[in-house]
Design a protein around this ligand. Structure first.
Ligand SMILES: Nc1ncnc2c1ncn2[C@@H]1O[C@H](COP(=O)(O)OP(=O)(O)O)[C@@H](O)[C@H]1O
Ligand SMILES: [Mg+2]
Length: 313
């Protein structure tokens, strides 16, 4: 047992009997969005909720039952409901996913369930699910163990958008004008992660529609426009954004369908503009960020948590 005064070293020790957790992955506690969420959760849930960092959590099996403790050794009840914000580049099956599995096994209702999180951290997993759900995605080729040279020889779209199956912020995405270029440079592609080779949606070059969906409702949308002729419209690559909620109802409907197909309570969907005015799904993000001016997102997440608390048995 831990000594009684050990909590003095852990000023942020979580409440042990909270019904609702805001579960935070490493490196996210300093962000504006965290501040926005905790202020709203404080107001809506008071002592019924607590912030728990994955860094402060011990998982166990004791006497055949699953347990949770904080680092002071205090046992924690599993919450009824949890909203996990994790850093997508870090999500690993042996760490973050293990925590989510543990909570699920203890009966916690996760806003973004384990399978949905997994599908979002691999760009091909999500395409598999979206395609099976009958939703529009770009034609794409990927592989498991085939050598890259053989994958290219077997044929890829031309021009071709190349993406590592794990990647964010546009960092692992580029446009190859033809297969010859890919043949020439494939030795420089990192071998540790598979790639996908995707139809280039030329009409959407440097532009996409990002929609934030919470529990089946579009609560924010923005058009992102790339910098300097780049294909990638990510803000992290210098893109700019205009809020546009309500301007593209068909895009918002598609984003809602995509979130539903993956089983996500909170999602950010990137959509590509097609020439005929329709949309194609580019990517679904689980750990979506939003800007201060997107004022409907946080209240929608509060409502999503409240709804689950009300219905949890
Ligand atoms: N198939 C495509 N055709 C045209 N543009 C694309 C395509 N795929 C991605 N893009 C552009 O590249 C950006 C980054 O791609 P995305 O798949 O969202 O990866 P990331 O996870 O790095 O954001 C998109 O926001 C979009 O602007
Ligand atoms: Mg993206």
């Amino acid at each position: 047992m831990a000594p009684a005064d050990v909590t003095a070293d852990h000023p942020h020790a979580p409440r042990s009997d909270a019904e609702l957790w805001l579960l935070l992955g490493t490196g996210l506690s300093g962000r504006r969005i965290f501040g926005e969420l905790t202020a709203a959760f404080d107001q809506a849930f008071g002592h019924r909720y607590t912030v728990v960092s994955t860094e402060d959590l011990l998982l166990g099996v004791q006497g055949g039952r699953l347990t949770l403790h904080d680092l002071t050794g205090r046992p924690l009840n599993a919450p009824k409901v949890a909203y996990a914000r994790l850093s997508s580049p870090r999500v690993s099956t042996d760490r973050e996913i293990t925590v989510l599995r543990h909570l699920r096994a203890m009966g916690t209702d996760l806003l973004n369930p384990v399978e949905a999180v997994l599908a979002c951290v691999n760009k091909f997993w999500q395409l598999q699910q979206l395609a099976v759900a009958g939703l529009p995605v770009p034609d794409t080729r990927s592989y498991a163990d085939a050598p890259l040279s053989e994958v290219l020889r077997a044929g890829v779209p031309e021009p071709c958008v190349v993406k590592a199956v794990r990647g964010q912020r546009g960092q692992q995405v580029f446009l190859a004008p033809d297969a010859a270029l890919l043949h020439a440079i494939h030795g420089n592609l990192r071998p540790d992660t598979p790639y996908l080779f995707q139809r280039y949606v030329a009409h959407s070059h440097g532009r996409d529609l990002r929609v934030v969906v919470v529990d089946g409702q579009a609560v924010a949308a923005q058009i992102r426009t790339a910098h300097n002729g780049d294909m990638r419209s990510n803000l992290a690559q210098g893109g700019t954004a205009d809020l546009c909620l309500g301007r593209y109802p068909a895009g918002e409907t598609l984003a809602i369908q995509a979130a539903k197909a993956l089983g996500l309570g909170v999602a950010g969907i990137d959509l590509l503009f097609e020439q005929d005015g329709s949309f194609t799904i580019c990517e679904v993000n689980v750990n979506v960020g939003w800007r201060e001016r997107m004022t409907k997102v946080t209240p929608a997440i509060v409502t999503a948590c409240q709804t689950r608390l009300d219905t949890h048995t």
